[in-house]
Each structure stands twice: as structure tokens, then as C-alpha cells.
Design a protein around this ligand. Sequence first.
Ligand code: TNX
Length: 538
Amino acid sequence: MRQSTVLKALILFTGILGFLACGEKRAPINFPRTDLAQENLIPKPLKITPTHTAFGLDRYTAIYTSQNELGFAAVGEFLAKKIKEKTKLDLWVNDHGDEGVKRIIYINQSDSTTLQAPEAYQLYINRDSVIINASTAAGAFRGIQTLRQLIPEESNDTLAEQRIWPIASGKIEDRPNFEYRGSMLDVARHFFSVEDVKKYIDLLAYYKINVLHLHLSDDQGWRIEIKSWPRLTEVGGSTEVGGGPGGFYTQEDYTEIVEYAAARYITIVPEIDMPGHTNAASVAYPILNGNGKTPELYTGMRVGFSTFDAQKDTVYAFIDDVVEEIAALTPGPYFHIGGDESHVTKKKDYILFVNKVEKIVQKHGKRMIGWDEIVQADIDSTTIAQHWATRENAIAAAKNGSKVILSPAKKAYLDMQYDTLSKFGLHWAAYIPVDTAYIWTPEKLIEGIPLENILGIEAPLWSETISTIDELEYLAFPRMIGYSELSWTTEENRDWENYRVRLANQAPFLDRMDVKYYPSKLIDWKKSKYTYETIEKD
Ligand code: TNX
């Protein structure tokens, strides 16, 4: 089966080469000397070998892919769509129009041993062909992000009659440093629409992020429809911080997000935060409540006052239903149970609760993730601890044989203010300017955690102080771009001075995507639509 696919691809490829050779005479294209190693790629690839000429992307370029069931053709279609958005070029995919094909981009499935690492790819850019090799479509998808970043925003003036976007030539060999490269969005404190989440996913995908964790419930709101417990959203989804209308995702909405993310090789991690942070659920179903008070809808910003009753069977029957419904809609391997700041849950109840919920999550075929406090319970070594506050918890998780996700609040919290003038955000952990967000070494953050126990990095965006996509973008960008490099690029290849130049050159892309990023003064933004002064004054 695979044999014949390879054969088919080979025949197609040779066919194209023949076609190229006897095609019309090429217009003379002379590009200035290029340097692939100096391109503004983020995250920086593992290895770049420049050859100092260029590939001319133009209307005579076609995209071909391995024709298999692994999704390579869809990756080709995605690339064509993004090239069209950027250049208006309408490239053929696995077909050729009447214009004639003179140059090809070939997305090729290869089982080469050099491509065995998950998400690895090679990108060869020659004068007349671009070849992306990957063993999986996920690798090919990461590879086309690199290619997208190499296409200039503007076409070049050449002697040719057609517009040409020169792409610096050479070879890139690349693979991620960490397997888990994520961001979290809190849709509970303020609700964000499906459209907003899709825009965020698009931006994350461009920077090779592969996980979006959705914080779907908290004291102020329950944001995902659970058919067997309808009041969760009817009542629990009816407000948010500040008393706004709140909102929730129907199961269809959630599936739409999951599928949109999957098409970008991004895994959705759903979180139902418990046993604390559960006021909204307890207002909907007071039988769940364990803090001895009559729960009422809450629109403030305090934390740590709510808890489920860890001694009641009904609570676990409820959680079983919730996990079952969400797990059925979630193809990814993870289910996040929260577990943070359960200040009014007795310690013995907390331990009992986490132990029981871990079993429920596993019963529904998912691997549990929890905030670092969960290590107080008797967690399985397959369970993952997300470190945000307490180093001892992270070390205990590693000792237990568990993997750790690094989200240190002082470095990686997207809701921390940049500085004292920042319009949105909090500062309980730190002020995190753009350089502080980038200049730290996840590999060495905590002594006592061996590298093999670090699953990756996640930057959480809590939404107490933000309620619109513009405000979300102000906090997430540009810092999220730095976390992409910290999670993808090896330590040797990371360097702040080099990064800040590449970051400055993201402005045209961010502007085109209408991202209201924070134009930090630490960066010499290239032709930015935004300035620090306008942002800070309006
Ligand atoms: C702490 S981090 C929390 C959240 C807040 C956040 C605000 C964590 C696991 N819990 O409930 O939203 O601080 O920065």
C-alpha cells in the first residue's frame, strides 16, 4: 500500500520534472544574493544551510503533494490558501491549469530515518523547486509554516512580466525541542466566541504551537454544554467577571473548535477546574457544593472560596458524566482537571478527590493533567503536572515519574502586565516585559527536574482583565511568539539580540492579520501600524 503510494508520487514527480524541462522558455530572473540564515524565522529552525540564490514564487508555480491517506494533500491545500491570502496567487494543488507550470512546491511523504522525530521536516529551496520532506502530515504542516514565513510580504521588481516573490534558497532541517508547545485561554472569567478562538488558533499555528488548552469552567462561568446536566450552561454560563452576559460553547461549537485546531495540527486540551473554582457549577446544581454556603452567581475576581463536596457519590457521578461527554468530543489524549487553589477543601478531601477523579479520567481513555497541587494526591506516573507556582510540587511530580508542563507564573503568564503602565493584566506574580518573557531557560528552570521529565511549555492567558479579542491580543502578542521559540528551538539556537530583530520583522504579518499586539519599546518594530504612544493613550 505504502509502496504503491511512493511509486505513484515518484511517477508524478518525474512527470512534473519532465514537464518543467520541456515547458516554455523561462523569463530571466536574477535575484540579488540571498541568505537563508538571515531570514526572520520564528521559531528559529535547528539547522539552516544557505545557497544564496532564490526560488521565484509566481503564478507559474504549482503545489504537488504525496497522494496518501495521511493528510498531505490537505497540507498542500492549506498552503495554497495561505499563499493566496498573502500574495493573491491562485496556485494549483495536485493539478495544473492552462498557464503551464514552471516551478513546483512538492510536499513529500518520506520515511527517511532523519525524519523520525515527531513533527520533523526538511525544506529544500532550489531555483525551480521547493521540496518539503516529512514522515507525517504534522511535520509537513510545521514545514509549510516555515515556508510561509519565508515568502516576502511584497513581490519583487524583476525583468519578468509576472509578479515574483523570491524565496531565499538553501536547506532547513528542523524538529521541535519540546513535544508539548502550548497556550491556554481562560474562556471562563470572560467568554470568547468561536471566531475569536479560531483567530487565536491561526496565529498559534503560524508559530508552530501544537496545543491549545481551554479553561472551560471557573467560579464565574461554565462554558461548555453538558447534555446530561443542562443547567451548567443555562445558569452557570449566564454571566462573567464584571457581570457581562457570559456565554458558552454548544457541543457543536466545541467540535468546530476541535476540528479547526486539528486541521492545524493543534490539540485541544479541555479543562474542567475542580474541586475549587467550582462556584458556577454549584450555583447550577447546589447538591455539588461543599463549602457550606448557598452559592450565588459570582462576577468578581477572588479565587479560592469554592469547592465541590468530595464526600458525596453524586459529585463523582456528575464528574463521570461531564468527563464522558467532553472526552467523547475530544480526540486529543489529555483531560485537564484543574486542581489549583482549592483553599477551602480539606487536605484529606482534596487527596481523595484527585485520586478518584484520576480514575474517572482514565476510565474515559484520557491522560490526566492537573495544576501542580495535584502531586499531593497519589497520582499515577502517566498523569502530568502543570507547574505554575510551587517548585517543590514540580520536583515531586518528576520524582513520581510524571511529566511536567512548565508554566511558571513569573515568566510564562500571559496575563501578567508588561510594566506598570500596561492597560490590562495583573501583576501578582511579576511584571513580564517582552525580554523577561524570552530570557529564561526552561531546560534549567528547576534543579531536580531531569530534561526527560519536561513535556514542554505552556503560556496561560487568564482573562479576568480582558474581554475582547483586541485585549487578548494585547496580552498574548508579542510574548506568545517568544514562548513558541522557547518551546521549539534548542537552547544553543536561542539568543535575545538575534530574536528581537526577527520579532521586529513580524510586524507586517501581525498587521496583515489585524493583531493588536503590544508594541513594546524594547523592539524596533518594522513599519508597524501601532505605536507604543497610540496604544497606551487611547
Ligand atoms: C492563578 S494559575 C490562578 C488563576 C488566576 C490567575 C491569575 C492558577 C492555576 N490559578 O485562577 O486566574 O492566577 O493570574
